[in-house]
Design a protein around this ligand. Structure first.
Ligand SMILES: NC(=O)c1ccc[n+]([C@@H]2O[C@H](COP(=O)([O-])OP(=O)(O)OC[C@H]3O[C@@H](n4cnc5c(N)ncnc54)[C@H](O)[C@@H]3O)[C@@H](O)[C@H]2O)c1
Length: 286
Protein backbone atom coordinates (compact mmCIF):
# COMPACT_ATOMS: atom_id res chain seq x y z
CA UNK A 1 0.00 0.00 0.00
CA UNK A 2 2.80 2.42 0.64
CA UNK A 3 4.56 1.64 -2.64
CA UNK A 4 4.54 5.00 -4.33
CA UNK A 5 6.18 7.25 -1.79
CA UNK A 6 9.30 9.02 -2.81
CA UNK A 7 11.28 7.71 0.14
CA UNK A 8 11.18 4.28 -1.44
CA UNK A 9 13.77 5.55 -3.84
CA UNK A 10 16.18 4.88 -0.97
CA UNK A 11 17.68 1.64 -2.15
CA UNK A 12 16.66 -1.05 0.33
CA UNK A 13 15.67 -4.64 -0.21
CA UNK A 14 14.41 -6.98 2.39
CA UNK A 15 11.46 -8.72 3.96
CA UNK A 16 9.67 -5.44 4.68
CA UNK A 17 10.68 -3.54 1.56
CA UNK A 18 8.35 -0.59 1.21
CA UNK A 19 6.18 -1.55 4.19
CA UNK A 20 5.21 1.10 6.70
CA UNK A 21 5.77 0.21 10.36
CA UNK A 22 4.72 2.17 13.45
CA UNK A 23 6.86 1.26 16.45
CA UNK A 24 5.62 2.54 19.79
CA UNK A 25 8.48 2.63 22.28
CA UNK A 26 11.15 2.34 19.59
CA UNK A 27 13.45 4.90 21.19
CA UNK A 28 15.80 2.61 23.10
CA UNK A 29 16.40 -1.01 24.02
CA UNK A 30 14.47 -3.77 22.31
CA UNK A 31 12.28 -1.32 20.38
CA UNK A 32 15.33 0.39 18.94
CA UNK A 33 16.68 -3.01 17.91
CA UNK A 34 13.41 -3.59 16.06
CA UNK A 35 13.66 -0.16 14.40
CA UNK A 36 17.15 -0.91 13.10
CA UNK A 37 16.22 -4.42 11.90
CA UNK A 38 13.10 -3.12 10.13
CA UNK A 39 15.05 -0.31 8.43
CA UNK A 40 17.63 -2.86 7.26
CA UNK A 41 14.77 -4.87 5.79
CA UNK A 42 13.57 -1.90 3.76
CA UNK A 43 10.70 -0.75 5.99
CA UNK A 44 9.52 2.83 6.34
CA UNK A 45 9.49 3.35 10.08
CA UNK A 46 7.63 5.77 12.34
CA UNK A 47 8.64 5.76 16.01
CA UNK A 48 6.49 7.12 18.83
CA UNK A 49 8.42 7.52 22.09
CA UNK A 50 8.35 9.88 25.05
CA UNK A 51 12.12 9.99 25.51
CA UNK A 52 13.25 13.36 24.17
CA UNK A 53 16.86 12.18 23.90
CA UNK A 54 15.91 9.06 21.99
CA UNK A 55 13.65 10.95 19.57
CA UNK A 56 16.35 13.56 18.98
CA UNK A 57 18.92 10.83 18.30
CA UNK A 58 16.61 9.20 15.76
CA UNK A 59 15.79 12.55 14.11
CA UNK A 60 19.48 13.37 13.81
CA UNK A 61 19.97 10.35 11.58
CA UNK A 62 18.13 12.29 8.85
CA UNK A 63 16.99 9.02 7.31
CA UNK A 64 14.10 9.61 4.90
CA UNK A 65 12.75 6.15 5.79
CA UNK A 66 12.48 7.10 9.47
CA UNK A 67 10.13 9.50 11.27
CA UNK A 68 10.51 10.10 14.98
CA UNK A 69 7.51 11.41 16.90
CA UNK A 70 7.82 12.67 20.48
CA UNK A 71 4.82 11.87 22.64
CA UNK A 72 3.50 10.00 25.66
CA UNK A 73 1.70 6.98 24.26
CA UNK A 74 -0.53 6.85 27.34
CA UNK A 75 -2.46 9.66 25.61
CA UNK A 76 -4.77 8.74 22.77
CA UNK A 77 -3.90 12.04 21.05
CA UNK A 78 -0.21 11.05 20.84
CA UNK A 79 -1.12 7.76 19.18
CA UNK A 80 -3.45 9.45 16.71
CA UNK A 81 -0.78 11.99 15.86
CA UNK A 82 1.83 9.26 15.27
CA UNK A 83 -0.61 7.31 13.10
CA UNK A 84 -1.44 10.45 11.10
CA UNK A 85 2.24 11.21 10.60
CA UNK A 86 2.99 7.64 9.52
CA UNK A 87 0.16 7.76 6.99
CA UNK A 88 1.16 11.21 5.73
CA UNK A 89 4.81 10.21 5.31
CA UNK A 90 4.47 6.62 4.15
CA UNK A 91 0.91 6.33 2.77
CA UNK A 92 -0.40 3.88 5.35
CA UNK A 93 0.55 1.46 8.10
CA UNK A 94 1.30 -2.20 7.40
CA UNK A 95 2.52 -3.19 10.83
CA UNK A 96 2.23 -1.95 14.40
CA UNK A 97 4.82 -2.94 17.00
CA UNK A 98 4.42 -2.02 20.66
CA UNK A 99 7.56 -2.11 22.78
CA UNK A 100 6.84 0.61 25.37
CA UNK A 101 7.15 -0.74 28.89
CA UNK A 102 8.41 -0.20 32.42
CA UNK A 103 9.14 -2.56 35.29
CA UNK A 104 8.55 -2.72 39.03
CA UNK A 105 12.13 -3.92 39.56
CA UNK A 106 10.94 -7.04 41.34
CA UNK A 107 9.05 -5.16 44.08
CA UNK A 108 7.19 -7.86 46.00
CA UNK A 109 3.63 -7.50 47.26
CA UNK A 110 4.96 -7.24 50.79
CA UNK A 111 7.27 -4.39 49.80
CA UNK A 112 4.73 -2.39 47.78
CA UNK A 113 4.09 0.74 49.82
CA UNK A 114 0.38 1.08 50.63
CA UNK A 115 0.44 4.82 49.88
CA UNK A 116 1.78 4.34 46.34
CA UNK A 117 -0.16 1.19 45.49
CA UNK A 118 -2.80 2.90 43.33
CA UNK A 119 -0.37 5.13 41.47
CA UNK A 120 2.11 2.28 40.85
CA UNK A 121 -0.65 0.00 39.60
CA UNK A 122 -1.94 2.73 37.30
CA UNK A 123 1.51 3.68 35.97
CA UNK A 124 2.57 0.11 35.19
CA UNK A 125 -0.76 -0.93 33.67
CA UNK A 126 -1.10 2.34 31.73
CA UNK A 127 2.28 1.86 30.09
CA UNK A 128 2.47 -1.92 29.80
CA UNK A 129 -1.15 -2.62 28.86
CA UNK A 130 -3.14 0.51 27.98
CA UNK A 131 -0.61 1.72 25.41
CA UNK A 132 -1.05 -1.51 23.43
CA UNK A 133 -4.79 -0.89 23.35
CA UNK A 134 -4.56 2.81 22.50
CA UNK A 135 -1.98 2.31 19.75
CA UNK A 136 -4.04 -0.49 18.25
CA UNK A 137 -7.23 1.58 18.41
CA UNK A 138 -5.52 4.53 16.73
CA UNK A 139 -3.95 2.39 13.99
CA UNK A 140 -6.98 0.18 13.43
CA UNK A 141 -8.44 1.82 10.29
CA UNK A 142 -5.02 1.87 8.61
CA UNK A 143 -4.27 -1.72 9.64
CA UNK A 144 -7.66 -2.89 8.37
CA UNK A 145 -6.97 -1.21 5.07
CA UNK A 146 -3.56 -2.84 4.71
CA UNK A 147 -4.72 -6.14 6.26
CA UNK A 148 -1.67 -5.71 8.39
CA UNK A 149 0.13 -7.23 11.34
CA UNK A 150 0.48 -6.33 15.02
CA UNK A 151 3.32 -7.45 17.29
CA UNK A 152 3.09 -6.79 21.03
CA UNK A 153 5.82 -7.27 23.62
CA UNK A 154 5.28 -9.62 26.54
CA UNK A 155 8.15 -10.95 28.70
CA UNK A 156 9.27 -14.14 30.38
CA UNK A 157 7.27 -12.58 33.24
CA UNK A 158 4.15 -13.27 31.18
CA UNK A 159 4.80 -16.99 31.68
CA UNK A 160 6.90 -17.60 34.77
CA UNK A 161 7.06 -16.15 38.28
CA UNK A 162 10.14 -14.24 39.37
CA UNK A 163 10.58 -12.11 36.24
CA UNK A 164 9.33 -9.10 38.17
CA UNK A 165 7.06 -8.31 41.06
CA UNK A 166 3.30 -8.92 40.94
CA UNK A 167 2.48 -5.65 39.16
CA UNK A 168 4.89 -6.29 36.29
CA UNK A 169 3.95 -9.96 36.03
CA UNK A 170 0.22 -9.20 36.03
CA UNK A 171 0.68 -6.54 33.36
CA UNK A 172 2.51 -8.97 31.10
CA UNK A 173 -0.15 -11.66 31.57
CA UNK A 174 -2.63 -8.95 30.56
CA UNK A 175 -0.79 -8.45 27.27
CA UNK A 176 -1.15 -12.19 26.64
CA UNK A 177 -4.85 -11.59 27.07
CA UNK A 178 -4.77 -8.88 24.42
CA UNK A 179 -3.03 -11.24 21.98
CA UNK A 180 -5.73 -13.82 22.57
CA UNK A 181 -8.72 -11.47 22.39
CA UNK A 182 -7.55 -9.20 19.59
CA UNK A 183 -6.26 -11.98 17.34
CA UNK A 184 -9.83 -13.26 17.53
CA UNK A 185 -11.58 -9.90 17.24
CA UNK A 186 -9.46 -8.53 14.41
CA UNK A 187 -9.36 -11.68 12.26
CA UNK A 188 -9.41 -12.22 9.37
CA UNK A 189 -8.02 -8.84 8.39
CA UNK A 190 -5.26 -8.38 10.97
CA UNK A 191 -2.81 -10.86 12.48
CA UNK A 192 -2.00 -10.23 16.15
CA UNK A 193 1.05 -11.90 17.70
CA UNK A 194 3.72 -11.10 20.27
CA UNK A 195 7.32 -11.60 21.26
CA UNK A 196 8.16 -12.49 24.86
CA UNK A 197 11.80 -11.54 25.39
CA UNK A 198 13.83 -12.83 28.28
CA UNK A 199 16.27 -10.77 30.32
CA UNK A 200 18.09 -8.25 28.15
CA UNK A 201 20.49 -5.54 29.26
CA UNK A 202 18.57 -2.35 28.42
CA UNK A 203 17.73 1.00 30.02
CA UNK A 204 14.30 -0.37 31.07
CA UNK A 205 13.22 1.91 33.93
CA UNK A 206 11.28 1.31 37.09
CA UNK A 207 7.97 2.91 38.03
CA UNK A 208 8.12 6.53 39.12
CA UNK A 209 5.36 5.86 41.62
CA UNK A 210 7.70 3.46 43.39
CA UNK A 211 10.59 5.93 43.29
CA UNK A 212 12.35 3.65 40.79
CA UNK A 213 12.27 5.78 37.66
CA UNK A 214 16.00 6.53 37.81
CA UNK A 215 16.82 2.86 38.29
CA UNK A 216 17.59 1.15 34.98
CA UNK A 217 17.78 -2.59 34.43
CA UNK A 218 21.22 -2.24 32.82
CA UNK A 219 22.55 -0.73 36.08
CA UNK A 220 21.59 -3.71 38.25
CA UNK A 221 24.92 -5.17 39.42
CA UNK A 222 25.85 -8.38 37.60
CA UNK A 223 22.65 -8.27 35.55
CA UNK A 224 24.25 -9.90 32.50
CA UNK A 225 25.56 -12.81 34.55
CA UNK A 226 22.21 -13.20 36.30
CA UNK A 227 20.48 -13.42 32.92
CA UNK A 228 23.03 -15.92 31.59
CA UNK A 229 22.86 -18.14 34.66
CA UNK A 230 19.12 -18.83 34.55
CA UNK A 231 18.51 -19.78 30.92
CA UNK A 232 19.44 -23.15 29.39
CA UNK A 233 21.11 -21.57 26.37
CA UNK A 234 23.25 -19.40 28.66
CA UNK A 235 22.64 -16.39 26.44
CA UNK A 236 22.57 -12.71 27.28
CA UNK A 237 20.43 -11.57 24.37
CA UNK A 238 20.93 -8.24 22.66
CA UNK A 239 17.89 -6.29 21.45
CA UNK A 240 18.98 -7.20 17.92
CA UNK A 241 18.58 -10.90 18.78
CA UNK A 242 14.90 -10.42 19.63
CA UNK A 243 14.38 -8.21 16.58
CA UNK A 244 14.39 -11.23 14.26
CA UNK A 245 11.30 -12.58 16.02
CA UNK A 246 9.51 -9.24 15.57
CA UNK A 247 10.55 -9.21 11.92
CA UNK A 248 9.11 -12.67 11.35
CA UNK A 249 5.78 -11.81 12.99
CA UNK A 250 5.58 -8.51 11.11
CA UNK A 251 6.15 -10.14 7.72
CA UNK A 252 2.70 -11.09 6.51
CA UNK A 253 3.94 -13.27 3.68
CA UNK A 254 5.67 -15.49 6.27
CA UNK A 255 2.76 -15.78 8.68
CA UNK A 256 -0.10 -16.66 6.36
CA UNK A 257 -1.55 -19.03 8.97
CA UNK A 258 -0.22 -17.46 12.16
CA UNK A 259 -2.17 -15.32 14.61
CA UNK A 260 -2.59 -15.35 18.40
CA UNK A 261 0.96 -16.70 18.81
CA UNK A 262 3.89 -15.71 20.98
CA UNK A 263 7.55 -16.26 20.17
CA UNK A 264 9.45 -16.75 23.41
CA UNK A 265 12.90 -15.31 22.87
CA UNK A 266 14.24 -16.09 26.33
CA UNK A 267 16.99 -18.67 26.03
CA UNK A 268 14.60 -21.52 26.74
CA UNK A 269 13.38 -20.63 30.23
CA UNK A 270 10.62 -23.24 30.01
CA UNK A 271 13.16 -25.96 29.24
CA UNK A 272 15.01 -25.97 32.52
CA UNK A 273 13.64 -29.32 33.69
CA UNK A 274 13.93 -30.67 37.19
CA UNK A 275 17.44 -32.07 37.02
CA UNK A 276 20.66 -30.41 35.89
CA UNK A 277 21.91 -31.00 32.36
CA UNK A 278 25.53 -31.11 33.42
CA UNK A 279 25.59 -34.83 34.04
CA UNK A 280 25.24 -34.41 37.78
CA UNK A 281 22.56 -37.09 38.02
CA UNK A 282 24.03 -40.48 38.82
CA UNK A 283 23.21 -43.92 37.45
CA UNK A 284 20.40 -45.40 39.47
CA UNK A 285 18.82 -42.02 40.23
CA UNK A 286 16.08 -42.79 37.76
N1 LIG B 1 14.89 -5.70 29.12
C1 LIG B 1 14.36 -6.85 29.51
O1 LIG B 1 15.00 -7.67 30.20
C2 LIG B 1 12.98 -7.22 29.07
C3 LIG B 1 12.58 -8.55 29.21
C4 LIG B 1 11.31 -8.91 28.83
C5 LIG B 1 10.46 -7.97 28.29
N2 LIG B 1 10.87 -6.68 28.16
C6 LIG B 1 9.92 -5.74 27.61
O2 LIG B 1 10.44 -5.18 26.43
C7 LIG B 1 9.85 -3.91 26.21
C8 LIG B 1 10.96 -2.92 25.89
O3 LIG B 1 11.74 -2.76 27.07
P1 LIG B 1 13.31 -2.48 27.03
O4 LIG B 1 13.92 -3.45 27.96
O5 LIG B 1 13.79 -2.38 25.66
O6 LIG B 1 13.38 -1.07 27.80
P2 LIG B 1 13.55 0.41 27.23
O7 LIG B 1 13.27 1.32 28.37
O8 LIG B 1 14.88 0.53 26.57
O9 LIG B 1 12.43 0.52 26.13
C9 LIG B 1 11.15 1.02 26.38
C10 LIG B 1 10.88 2.16 25.46
O10 LIG B 1 9.52 2.59 25.65
C11 LIG B 1 9.51 3.99 25.80
N3 LIG B 1 8.34 4.35 26.60
C12 LIG B 1 8.06 3.97 27.87
N4 LIG B 1 6.91 4.54 28.27
C13 LIG B 1 6.46 5.28 27.23
C14 LIG B 1 5.33 6.10 27.05
N5 LIG B 1 4.44 6.31 28.04
N6 LIG B 1 5.15 6.71 25.86
C15 LIG B 1 6.06 6.53 24.86
N7 LIG B 1 7.16 5.78 24.99
C16 LIG B 1 7.35 5.15 26.16
C17 LIG B 1 10.83 4.31 26.49
O11 LIG B 1 11.19 5.68 26.34
C18 LIG B 1 11.77 3.38 25.76
O12 LIG B 1 12.25 3.94 24.57
C19 LIG B 1 9.05 -3.59 27.47
O13 LIG B 1 7.69 -3.89 27.22
C20 LIG B 1 9.61 -4.55 28.49
O14 LIG B 1 8.66 -4.87 29.48
C21 LIG B 1 12.11 -6.29 28.52
Amino acid sequence: MSGEVETRAVSRDGSLAGKSALIVGGGTGIGLGVVDRFLSEGALVTVLDYSKDAIEALSERRDPALRAVLGDARDMAANISAVDQAIAAFSGIDTLVVCAGITDHFTSLADLPVESFDSAFREIFDINVKIALLATKAALPALRESEGTIVYTISNAGYLPGGGGPLYTASKFAVRGLVSQLSYELAPAIRVNAVAPGGTVTPLRGAEALGLDQQRLRDVPDIAEMIRAVNPLHVVPEPSDHAWAYLFLATKSRIAAVTGCVIRSDGGLDSRGLIPLDGAIGAGDM
